[in-house]
Design a protein around this ligand. Structure first.
Ligand code: BTN
Length: 325
């Protein structure tokens, strides 16, 4: 760990208590002026550190940014967030950045995070509203030993991983809307964009991008989104720690991902169905070339929707927009 990191650990270890510049300078073998320079750097990263000539330094508040060292601290994973974390204060899209890294052989488990996206991408060429500091915009690089046909399972398990994390931390009533939207009381709180690159019959890489509206107040949403989108702040009335949510998500993600790489889709689908609201519902299905109405009979183990249309014909739906009727 570098000196700045060690200094931060010392400040954190004091649990809101003071630590003298003299003690720090003795411990690190550097001048008090050098200690002060590292304190300035930490302040620039968003840590609130007060100083007093007689008492030294005190950490008043941690940074609110999703910095790599904050993500790593106490993270209970083996791969995700343990390999490489790339943090941007601003970028066009974390999925675009993650794909660039994946092409350059970035390892599985790489996490790309942004505080703000200027061109956040949604499914079907839509955009993803990504204001600074209030959401989670995270893309993960995976290199799963599965055939491309099993890739939709990754999107489903991502939804389950985030749903699990949110229920655990917020106790809010999370629903999953097929295939990959997370809703609260019918409004969208999170979306997932999975992008895959294949080589012959195998997966080269998958980038799973997740956008979650955490502390976004309703007035910040564009008017066009207010009826359909929501945030944890709006639904719970309080601010939630983005870092806690992100870490819990990564931990749940890794657990489910290990199951998928062992070929165990079944238990994930059971969990998915616990959160899903779609089975048994009358729906309008909008595919690229056709629209029809019917009833959702089931979702199979690979995430394909089984719909019986109003004429009684069964359809296997791989990708579509669905609306509840
Ligand atoms: C959707 O519901 O349409 C999918 C939204 C996915 C948004 C996330 S935010 C992080 C990642 N980067 C992007 O550009 N998109 C995904």
């Amino acid at each position: 760990m570098n000196t700045k990191g060690r200094l931060l650990s010392q400040l954190k270890a004091k649990n809101g208590g003071w630590i003298s510049g003299e003690v720090l300078s003795g411990e690190f073998g550097i001048s008090r002026a050098a200690i002060n320079k590292h304190v300035q750097k930490l302040r620039k990263e968003g840590y609130v550190i007060e100083s007093c000539t007689k008492k030294g330094y005190i950490l008043k508040a941690s940074t609110s940014r999703l910095l790599a060292n904050e993500i790593c601290e106490g993270l209970n994973t083996k791969v995700f967030g343990k390999e490489r974390i790339v943090h941007f204060d601003e970028t066009d899209s974390t999925n675009i950045r993650a794909k660039e890294l994946a092409i350059k052989d970035a390892p599985e488990g790489t996490v790309v995070i942004a505080e703000r996206q200027t061109a956040g991408k949604g499914r079907k060429q839509r955009s993803w509203f990504s204001p600074p500091g209030d959401g989670i915009y995270a893309s993960l690089i995976l290199r799963p030993p599965i055939p491309p046909s099993d890739a939709p399972g990754i999107t489903l398990m991502t939804a389950v991983a985030m749903a699990d994390a949110l229920v655990l931390l917020t106790r809010l009533p999370i629903e999953i809307k097929w295939p990959n939207d997370l809703l609260i009381r019918g409004k969208k709180i999170a979306g997932i964009l999975t992008e895959i690159s294949t080589e012959m019959d195998s997966v080269d890489y998958i980038v799973v991008g997740l956008g979650l509206n955490v502390n976004i107040p309703s007035e910040l949403f564009p008017k066009s989104l207010r009826k359909t989108a929501t945030s944890i702040l709006i639904e719970s009335g309080g601010n939630f720690s983005r870092i806690k949510i992100l870490k819990t998500y990564l931990e749940r993600f890794e657990d489910y991902y290990e199951m998928i790489t062992r070929g165990q889709f079944g238990p994930i689908m059971v969990k998915w169905k616990e959160f899903a609201t779609v089975i048994g519902k009358r729906v309008l299905i909008e595919e690229i070339s056709r629209k029809y109405t019917g009833r959702v009979e089931d979702v199979d183990d690979t995430g394909v929707l089984i719909v019986r249309d109003d004429q009684g014909t069964f359809h296997r739906v791989f990708s579509a927009d669905i609306s509840y009727l």
